[in-house]
Design a protein around this ligand. Structure first.
Ligand SMILES: C[S@@+](CC[C@H](N)C(=O)[O-])C[C@H]1O[C@@H](n2cnc3c(N)ncnc32)[C@H](O)[C@@H]1O
Length: 358
């Protein structure tokens, strides 16, 4: 067992088995030893590639989206963009570099929320970095957009399983020097919730994730926007439905990643791998029904990705290889768009929006 595994096992020996959500929190975020706290994460040289890490196109489209939202809000003097789960800050950097009109007009303020301070080193100049979501009212009467790319799938989540004694919470315990799963029966009210989510015909062994932390994070983000002069919460993630997840093996929708590949069982070598879950939209919708849900490809097209690609292609034709870095960046938009719009990959991610008018 590695150092973090031993620390978790000691904690279990002292306090008893822990919930799967508590285990994920330890494995990802324990200072110094957790996957994110230790410097793992998104990026070409790190562990997995996210939309902002594909290249600057995603940030440029988001710059256009931000301008459209600013226009809809009546171009307020202050528009605060709170990017949650900012990781190394690539999305904010590329969005600012695309010079959205709201920034040129001096209205845009950017706040990055990233608990793993190891990632702050690359946050762009002029932004504020913080470890947690600002409380409602922090920004006075500014308009507020809360944005998060691949955050929700990374928040600690619990697991429940239908066993021969009924619905149980999946716990993490120890056996010899290994971390192993254990079960604890759920009280009738929580078991009823599980039946509601899984459908009545669920066979023994059915599992569902429980995104309680994600639901309370969303409630906090919606409160932050509600206390402001309008705005929205926008989430990008791989999405599903609880009933659909119930029909698939859990190892299909709880995924581990390290060094650009799938890693092994989540209980092995905690801290060495990312642990993520497909996001059941219905569990977020029970906090508040989203104003819209659409695939990433559709969202990016609605905000002008095709125009940016055409612009890039034209610039490349005009400048050719003699145009150096600028021309090559223009040409690479074509390939970036292929990746961002891929209907079997990033293009199929879900974009959820909760819109609050001014
Ligand atoms: C999968 S990474 C995504 C990074 C970046 N958004 C991207 O798309 O490349 C998720 C990030 O969320 C951060 N995170 C975890 N819990 C958080 C929380 N409660 N609030 C904000 N960020 C959090 C993690 O430390 C990690 O950097």
């Amino acid at each position: 067992m590695n150092e973090l595994g031993r620390a978790i096992a000691d904690h279990i020996a002292r306090n008893g088995p822990i919930g799967f959500d508590e285990y994920v929190a330890h494995a990802l975020y324990t200072p110094g030893l957790g996957f994110y706290a230790g410097g793992g994460g998104a990026g070409r040289r790190r562990d997995f590639l996210t939309s902002p890490e594909v290249g600057p196109l995603f940030g440029a489209v988001l710059g256009r989206a931000l301008d459209a939202w600013w226009d809809e809000l009546g171009r307020p003097d202050r528009l605060v963009l709170v990017e949650a789960g900012a990781g190394p800050g690539t999305l904010a950097r590329t969005l600012i570099a695309s010079r959205p009109r709201c920034a040129e007009a001096g209205a845009l303020e950017v706040v990055l929320v990233e608990p793993a301070e190891a990632q702050w080193a690359t946050h762009p100049d002029g932004v504020r970095s913080r470890v947690d979501l600002p409380v409602p009212g922090t920004f006075g009467d500014a308009a507020v957009v809360v944005l998060a790319n691949e955050l929700i799938d990374n928040l600690p989540f619990g697991l429940v399983e239908l066993t021969d004694v009924g619905w149980c919470e999946v716990l993490v315990s120890t056996e010899g020097d290994r971390l192993v799963e254990a079960h604890r029966s759920l009280e009738p009210k929580r078991a009823a919730w599980c039946w509601g989510k899984s459908g009545r015909a669920a066979p023994l062994g059915t599992r569902i994730p429980v995104l309680a932390d994600a639901a309370s994070w969303l409630a906090g983000a919606l409160d932050l926007v509600a206390a402001s002069r309008g705005g929205r919460v926008v989430l990008f993630d791989y999405t599903s439905r609880s009933s659909e997840l119930a029909r698939r093996p859990w190892t299909d929708w709880v995924r581990t990643y390290a060094s650009h590949g799938r890693a092994g069982h989540p209980l092995e070598d905690p801290g060495s791998r990312d642990i993520t879950v497909e996001v059941p939209v219905d569990q977020l919708a029970s906090v508040d029904e989203p104003s819209s849900e659409r695939p990433q490809a559709e969202f990016l097209r609605a905000h002008g990705v095709d125009e940016l690609v055409a612009e890039g292609r034209a610039r490349w034709t005009e400048l050719g290889i003699a145009g150096g870095i600028e021309a090559i960046a223009a040409r690479s938009r074509v390939h970036e768009a292929d990746a961002l719009l891929d209907p079997t990959g990033l293009g199929a991610f879900g974009v959820l929006e909760w819109v609050r008018p001014a």
